[in-house]
Design a protein around this ligand. Structure first.
Ligand SMILES: Nc1ncnc2c1ncn2[C@@H]1O[C@H](COP(=O)(O)OP(=O)(O)OP(=O)(O)O)[C@@H](O)[C@H]1O
Ligand SMILES: [Mg+2]
Length: 320
């Protein structure tokens, strides 16, 4: 992958974080999360996705993060045997001495990403897709089970997987379809119980006046979720509420429970229930809405009142 640092520097000089697609350097937004803005450079022949991660204060943090990121990718790809896109990082200090950091990945077609795909597939094929996701996840938790020193986590939401060779004009998924997992910019692994990524970086997208509170109340629990296969699966299934496909949820619960009982019986995972998935979804989306409101307020304070820079891109209203 050929990364053009000069273009990225120019992008950072002129980025309008309220409206990133309207800056001097033309980009197209591919997606975003709590922390990252994912985009491609228009006017470029390279098939590259950039994930802008504005959370680093010093080079030591960057170096540790690059180590964790490379190691997480290597573990998943080589030791666990999950398909990942090609990956790299790029970073520099901008004119104000601030660190600008990007995870860089081979880009794949937007139509092949899970949360798009499920709106094209038949219900039967959606179930096959979820079964394939469960099988990928099993590789991860098998690995952790068999390795004493290393614990791996994963964010199993459907929006983190793409289907190799998916054709939106003839949408289908079968048991031989191959998945790619690409949400590796937040490395989730522990060595001897120690988080590889500096845990407080997870909170960087929260306004500073909230950070200490979140840290005290939720940090352990939030990160811990990604290491717990049952909880990751609850998240995967509950996401179908957000995707306006809640009618499928009871069938998906049956499917994953059957999977836990048969293909993953060694893990002795308790069956999921509809009630807990509903409850989880309600509290998760309520938290998310509150969090977004506070972030918008923080951005307003920083940019309009204190005339400072705000680093994060905040999405507008999201249907849920
Ligand atoms: N390599 C890629 N090619 C094409 N689109 C991508 C690629 N990587 C990410 N995307 C798009 O961007 C979205 C968000 O990316 P990703 O899941 O990697 O980060 P995230 O969930 O935003 O992470 P975080 O919440 O930690 O910031 C994806 O759901 C997908 O639509
Ligand atoms: Mg994601």
């Amino acid at each position: 992958m050929k990364i053009d640092i000069e273009i990225l520097k120019k992008l950072e000089r002129s980025i309008d974080i309220y409206n990133p697609e309207n800056g001097e350097v033309p980009i197209k937004i591919l997606g975003y999360g709590e922390i990252s803005l994912v985009f491609e450079l228009l006017n470029s022949s390279e098939q590259i996705a950039y994930k802008r991660i504005p959370i680093f204060d010093n080079e030591m943090q960057v170096e540790r993060h690059i180590w964790a990121y490379n190691e997480y990718n290597r573990l998943l790809k080589e030791d666990v045997g999950i398909n990942l896109p090609e990956y790299d990082v790029a970073w520099f200090k901008d004119e104000e001495g601030k660190i600008q950091f990007y995870c860089v990945q081979e880009k794949f077609p937007a139509e092949s990403v899970g949360n798009k795909v499920i709106h094209k597939l038949s219900d039967q094929d959606i179930k096959t897709l979820i079964l394939l996701v469960m099988r990928e996840m099993k590789k991860v938790w098998d690995y952790s089970k068999n390795h004493n020193t290393i614990d791996l986590g994963l964010d199993g939401q459907i929006s983190n997987f793409a289907i190799v060779g998916f054709d939106p004009n003839s949408p289908k998924v079968d048991l031989d379809s191959k998945l790619i997992y690409f949400d590796t910019s937040t490395p989730m692994f522990r060595v001897d119980g120690n988080e590889a990524m500096e845990a407080v970086l997870f909170l960087k997208s929260a306004p500073s006046f909230l950070r200490w509170l979140l840290k005290a109340l939720f940090l352990e629990e939030t990160i811990g979720r990604y290491y717990d296969w049952r909880k990751v699966t609850i998240d995967l299934v509950a996401n179908f509420f957000k995707e306006q496909k809640s009618e499928l949820i009871p069938e998906l619960i049956n499917l994953v429970n059957k999977f836990f009982q048969e293909e993953a019986k060694d893990f002795k995972i308790e069956p999921l229930t509809l009630e807990e998935i509903e409850k989880y979804y309600k509290s998760d989306s309520r938290m998310w809405v509150i969090f977004q409101k506070v972030r918008h307020f923080d951005r307003f304070l920083k940019t309009k009142i204190f005339k400072k820079k705000y680093d994060f891109f905040l999405p507008g209203k999201i249907e849920r």
